[in-house]
Design a binder for this molecule. Structure first.
Ligand SMILES: CC(C)(COP(=O)(O)OP(=O)(O)OC[C@H]1O[C@@H](n2cnc3c(N)ncnc32)[C@H](O)[C@@H]1OP(=O)(O)O)[C@@H](O)C(=O)NCCC(=O)NCCS
Length: 197
């Protein structure tokens, strides 16, 4: 198999997903710290305010992993203002020819389909560029806003397992939502390709 090249920029309507870059660090710190109260119940990494140095390092590591197609994360921007409005990833954590998608959305930007459109784009990239067989979205069983994302996209809930409590609101039960490549209803992206670069 040749070297897989992940799309460094994906445009979906008015949102833009970009490859991680340490130059995004200040904007990411601001977006995370604005959103701490909404992230803390569910995200283990958001228990303390983000700081510039650690964020820049994390983005540099994510960029290197992205370039090696070892892991794939994107920072989400509002296309009009250029503000950072979230993050998402297609992570190599579940084995068996699959990957799982994660996401968070900046406070003030929820309720507009940012996470759903990002997850749709990553599903499409996963079945296209990465030729994955299966994609999952895992979330705590009580994180109903997160579970609504795969449900909206046509993923099926295939079960739950005893997870671990990494964040204060975690119940310890993890839901697994999955879609297989031959069940994905939109193997072709509707309209013009969203990939740039
Ligand atoms: C989980 C999380 C990303 C969900 O955010 P969200 O705003 O509910 O999800 P979306 O951005 O997809 O928005 C969905 C809403 O936009 C609406 N929407 C508007 N335009 C839309 C579009 N073009 N496509 C899809 N939905 C659209 C949907 O109908 C839905 O409306 P509703 O809130 O009335 O049901 C957010 O709550 C979050 O960041 N939580 C903290 C971090 C977290 O829990 N991450 C997941 C860990 S597993």
């Amino acid at each position: 198999m040749g070297l897989i090249r992940l799309p460094p920029e994906i445009v979906v309507d008015d949102i833009v997903l970009r490859r991680p870059d340490p130059e995004q660090a200040s904007a990411v710190v601001e977006a995370v710290n604005d959103s701490l109260a909404h992230l803390q119940p569910w995200m283990a990494w958001a228990q303390r305010p983000a700081v510039f140095e650690a964020t820049a390092l994390r983005l540099a590591v994510a960029a290197a992993a992205f370039d090696a197609a070892a892991d794939a994360a994107w920072t989400i921007f509002d296309g009009a203002s250029g503000e950072v409005i979230g993050g998402c990833g297609l992570h190599d954590r579940i084995g068996g020819g699959g990957r799982d998608i994660g996401y968070w959305v900046r406070v003030g930007w929820t309720g507009g389909g940012v996470a759903t459109r990002a997850a749709a784009a990553l599903t499409w990239v996963g079945f296209g560029a990465l030729a994955l067989e299966r994609i999952e979205i895992r979330c705590d069983a009580t994180n109903s806003r997160s579970a609504a994302v795969p449900r909206r996209l046509g993923y099926r809930c295939v079960g739950t397992f005893e997870g671990f409590c990494g964040a204060p609101s975690d119940s310890g039960e993890t839901m697994v939502w999955a879609v297989n490549s031959n069940d994905w209803p939109t193997p072709e992206w509707p309209g013009e390709s969203p990939l740039r670069g």
